[in-house]
Design a binder for this molecule. Structure first.
Ligand code: MN
Length: 720
């Protein structure tokens, strides 16, 4: 039992040259020794064994002095009467914070009730946000505890192994610490499924001799081929770890004997170009197995892993996975994050921030996927992660689900992210057990509980200022618009019911009544009619006059215009004959993608700085546009002389004078042709005409006339 810092210092001295740093590590050792005196492990050994082992693991990964010191001190806050300030004074604020972070995580228990899990994840995330080294020290701590887990009582052992599989193995994986991950996995697997573990290890032992023979043959072959091309290289054979074999057997539903790529052969070369050259040589001399080639050099894995992978079949029918990489790539593959970050400690906050962002985003995903436990066993589910995380926060539901939101988001955004009904009925929020106002800015790690009420009157205009996500804002706006419209429809209904008894109609109005009497170009259903009455665009009396046939449409239009002019303070009749609610002097433009004409159902789109573009409601650009920017617009009936451009596509059979007949028909209807062109395909003519018309009515008549021309078989209005 070595209870001296000798080995740690020796190892550290391989990469830490600063004498002061080495001395500080020695001091930390003496300090831990003093603090843990008279404490013992479950195994009966002095407690000091544990922090020494943890520090050793960290030194193997070549982490910096602060991390190693934190490893030595990681248990003093929890197990001794030491204070934060004391550590901070002796070893610096960073070390004190890391030790405190590790202590907090150590007290977590991830297997308890949903709410506790949420709180635990919250603490993990906070610890990571503050300093990623907390997690690294924690991983080293966990690894040593797993190595000595035999001494724990059965029940606690199983719990720790599960927690290791679900939380710490994925963390090690994400940080690219392959060696750590494999060891944690194998120990946990051994205790969670002893039978499976024993079977695989026995099988491995029984087949070891044969495997080694096969290995020597293939290594000799490859060496020969690479030497011929004078490529400097180093070849290692490596067996997959037990758990990854077990996982593969389960995933592919295969026996041990059927798992063919137990052996990974690793070829280490000097330069990236050599990797590809070696790949070429291997593929030339062995049979590559289709679809097994992967280029992680060109596209590194999310945890920074780089390598070429291929699988080959040897002459005597053996299958090997071959990994080809440079020495630097190999280092990253083995120790992950430590390779980039470890001994630059303190100097590379930027790398650290990037790492933290990546890990946090990934961590959020993991918790979401943890519901489906099998997915934790899938290595590749991390690969598609791209978003820049620093701009986001993670907030928890009381069940421990993670909701990712932009910075500055409020409980309203959170509520709408859960469900739009939760948003609409939201009346308050409890964050970390405290009542907060709806505009409370949420932060990473908060647990947010939305209070709803069925009798809530729903969102108000002020919510639009509070909500930060586009999703919530668009849903609030839609809700408010619909509520306003419903109120106006109700208003219109009241008005029409007041005058209804004077008319023969004296019954409930139906859509069919409206359709029968109304020109659908203007108002197309009962709701719209009621809405316009409610809005005072049209009087109830004139609407009923029209419905009962007592008045001409013209009268109706006159009433409408009169009404509009009366309330014209907020309205404007534009040269295009368009009315826009509440906007004066706004620039209005008829969009030339769908070319609306009077009579077309239309909608306005508020452009960025170009005023309002008016589109047909059916325009594909409108259907896919941001609904927040749509505003109602109406055709005015006053502007009778303005003409509007439309485009027609006419399909005809070929014959003489076809085009002349069409031009004559159009002219006879009083429309101006602006352009015409024809093309033909087989026995068919395609004639495209641009023309100016007054309104939809005129266009409809014109199209009917053209359709009636002999040999015309199709006519459609097109965008251009
Ligand atoms: Mn510990």
């Amino acid at each position: 039992m070595d209870l001296t810092p000798k080995k740690i210092i020796e190892k550290a001295n391989e990469y830490i040259i600063n004498e002061q740093h080495l001395n500080l590590i020695k001091d930390a050792f003496e300090y831990a020794k003093k603090k843990h005196i008279n404490q013992f492990r479950k195994s009966g050994e002095p407690y000091l064994i544990h922090p020494i082992a943890v520090a050793k693991i960290l030194v193997e990964y070549q982490f910096g002095p602060d991390t190693i010191i934190s490893g030595l001190l990681h248990d003093v806050l929890e197990d001794t009467d030491t204070e934060h300030e004391e550590i901070s004074k002796k070893f610096g604020e960073d070390v004190a914070n890391i030790v405190e972070g590790v202590t907090k995580i150590t007290q977590l228990n991830f297997t308890s009730k949903a709410k506790a899990i949420a709180e635990n994840h919250q603490k993990m995330i906070l610890a990571m946000t503050e300093d990623l080294r907390v997690i690294i020290v924690k991983l080293a701590d966990r690894l040593h505890n797993m190595r000595t887990i035999e001494f724990m009582p059965e029940e606690k052992r199983i719990m720790k192994c599960r927690e290791t599989m679900e939380i710490f193995v994925p963390l090690a994986h994400r940080l690219g610490m392959y060696r750590m991950k494999a060891e944690l996995e194998d120990i946990a697997y051994k205790h969670l499924d002893r039978e499976g573990y024993v079977t695989i290890s026995k099988n491995l032992a029984n087949t070891k001799e044969q495997r080694n023979k096969d290995l020597i043959v293939v290594i000799n072959d490859i060496t020969k081929f690479l030497d011929q091309e004078t490529i400097k290289h180093d070849i290692k054979g490596r067996i997959k770890n037990i758990y990854s074999i077990a996982k593969k057997m389960k995933q592919k539903n295969k026996n041990f004997e059927e798992i063919f790529d137990l052996l990974a052969l690793r070829i280490i070369v000097d330069k990236i170009e050599d990797c590809y050259q070696v790949l070429g040589i291997i593929h030339h001399n062995f049979k590559p197995i289709p679809k097994r080639f992967k280029d992680y050099i060109a596209i590194p894995k999310i945890n920074m892993y780089q390598s070429l992978h291929t699988t080959i079949l040897t002459e005597n029918g053996k299958i090997f996975e071959v990994q080809i990489r440079t020495l630097e790539m190999d280092r990253v593959a083995e120790i992950g994050i430590a390779a980039h970050w470890a001994y630059k400690e303190g100097k590379s906050k930027q790398i650290e921030q990037k790492e933290i962002a990546g890990v946090l985003k990934w961590y959020g995903d993991i918790i979401e996927q943890a519901k489906d436990r099998d997915s934790l066993a899938n290595d590749d589910f991390l690969i598609n992660i791209k978003e820049d995380l620093t701009a986001n926060i993670f907030v928890f539901t009381p069940n421990g689900d993670v909701i990712m939101l932009p910075k500055g988001a409020t409980p309203i955004d959170f509520a709408y992210r859960i469900h739009s009904q939760v948003g609409e009925r939201c009346v308050g929020a409890i964050v970390n057990n405290k009542m907060v106002p709806l505009d409370f800015p949420l932060d990473t790690g908060d647990i947010c509980n939305i209070r709803t009420s069925k009798t809530s009157s729903g969102p108000s205009d002020s919510w639009l200022k509070i909500a930060k996500t586009a999703q919530a804002r668009s849903k609030i706006r839609t809700f408010i618009n619909k509520r306003d419209r419903d109120l106006l429809i109700e208003e219109g209904r009241k008005k029409i019911e007041e005058v209804l008894p004077e008319y023969e109609l004296g019954k409930k109005l139906e859509d069919s009544d409206v359709k029968k009497y109304y020109n659908t170009n203007e108002i197309y259903d009962l709701e719209s009619l009621l809405y316009n009455i409610g809005k005072n665009n049209i009087s109830a009396r004139s609407a009923l006059n029209k419905l009962s046939g007592k008045a001409e449409i013209k009268q109706d239009e006159a009433t409408l215009i009169e009404q509009l002019n009366k309330s014209a303070k907020a309205k404007q009749i534009n040269i295009h004959g368009i009315l826009v609610d509440g906007l004066n002097n706004s620039k209005i433009k008829l969009s030339n993608c769908c070319n609306p004409i009077p009579g077309d159902p239309i909608t306005g789109f508020v452009t960025k700085g170009m005023g309002i573009a008016v589109h047909r409601e059916t325009c594909s650009n409108i259907l896919k546009s941001d609904s927040n920017r749509l505003i109602p617009v109406y055709w005015s009936s006053s502007n009778t002389n303005q003409k509007y451009r439309v485009h027609l596509k006419i399909l005809t059979f070929k014959r003489n004078n076809m085009v002349v007949d069409i031009i004559n028909t159009i002219s006879a209807q009083g429309a101006n042709i602006s352009n015409i062109n024809t093309s033909s395909k087989n026995s068919e003519n395609i004639i495209k005409v641009g023309l100016d018309v007054l309104n939809l009515n005129q266009l409809d008549k014109l199209m009917t006339k053209i359709r009636n021309i002999e040999d015309v078989y199709q006519i459609v209005r097109v965008n251009k």
